[in-house]
Design a binder for this molecule. Sequence first.
Ligand code: PLP
Length: 397
Amino acid sequence: MWDLENRQYLDFTAGIAVNSLGHSDPRISRLIAHQAEMLIHASNLYHNAWTPALSKLLISETQRQSPGSPLSQVFVSNSGSEANEAALKFARKVAYSKNPESDQREILSFHGSFHGRTLGSLSATPNQKYQAPFGPMLPGFKYGVFNDIESLPSLITEKTCGVIVEPIQGEGGVNVATSEFLKAVRDHCDRVGAMLIFDEIQCGLSRTGDLWAHTASGVHPDILTIAKALGNGIPIGATLGSGKSVAPHIKTGDHGTTFGGNPFACRVAHHVFERLAATEMQEAVVEKSKIFTDTYETLSRKYPGVFSELRGRGLILGFQLSDEAKGKAPEIITAARERGLLVITAGDGALRIVPPLVISAEEIKRGLEILDKAMAVVFNTPDHVHKTKGQQEMAGR
Ligand code: PLP
C-alpha cells in the first residue's frame, strides 16, 4: 500500500481481515468494472443470476469441506453486524415458530466476543466500552465465560433460543475455542433445542487454513455468519442456515434488506469465495503461518519477557505482550507504521496478525524484520542503541 505522501507499507492488517486477496487485485477490478456496466442493483424483488450462484457455491463448498454440514440456505446482507442480526432474529423465530407463547427467547454469548455494533449484535457483545454509551441493551441477552464448559449447563436452559460463538475470537485477542468447548455448546443446544450460531466473520473463509475455523472441531452450527473477506472490500455479509433446524421456520418476508443480495456484491463475492475456498490457497496459508510462528519464537528469545503467548491458527495470530510490556503496544504499532508496516492490536495487548492470504513469504519476512526493528526501538535494545550510534556517525560524516 502507498499513502498520500507515497510512503510504502506492507499490510499485516488487510483492512481488519477483509482484503484476503490483497489490494487492487486486477481480476477483481476488472470484474467490478464489468458488472458495474451491466447491473449494480435492481432490488431482490427480482431474480438476478448472482445471488443464487453465490449462495449455491457457499453451500456446496461448505458441504464438501465440512462433510455432514446441515447448512443449505443463505440470506445475503451487507455487513457482519447485519449477518449476525439476521442470525439472532432467526434463532428467536425458530423458537417462536415452534410455540408463539414460548418464553424461549434468550441468547447466550461469551465474554471477549465481538459481534457488531447494531443493537442486536451489540447486545451480544459484552464489552462495556462498546455497550455503556448506548444502554439499555436489548432484553434477553446472557453472557458466559469463553471455553468454560462447566458453566454451560446453568447458562443454556429451556429459555435459551440461541448461542452465538466465535470459534476464534478476533477482536477479543485471538482466543481459540477448544474443540471440547464447541462440542459441549453443541450438546447443550441440542438438549434444549437452541440454535448454535458460529460467527466466522473474522476467522472464517480459509483464514485458518480450513474453509471454516470450526471445521477441524467436527461440530456443525445451525447458523453460520460471514462477511469481511467475502467481498475483499466490497461490503457484503451472509447468514447460512440449516435446512433442517432453521429453514422450515423462516418464511419469505420474515427478514429483509434493500441492498443485500445485489448482483454487484454477489458477483464479486462469488469470485472471491471461489479463490479463497481453493485447496492451494488453504495449503499456502498453513505454510505462511509457519514463518510467523517461527519468527515469534525468535522474537521471544531476542526480547525476553516481552511476549507471553502465541495464539491463533493459520493467518489469524495473536502475539500476546506480557503484563509488563503490553502498555507499549501502541508504541510498537506506531514504530512499525513509521517504518512501513501496518499491524494492529486485539484484546488486552496482543499484536494481531491478519494479513492478506496472498501475502508472499518474502513479504512476510520483510514485514517481520520491520516489526523487529520497531520493537528494538520501543524496548531500546542494544541493537537499537548500536544502530542509532551508527546512524549518528553516518550523519556526522
Ligand atoms: N463479528 C466479528 C467476529 C467481527 O470481527 C466483526 C467486525 O469486526 C463483526 C462481527 C461486525 O462486522 P461489521 O463491522 O462488518 O458489521
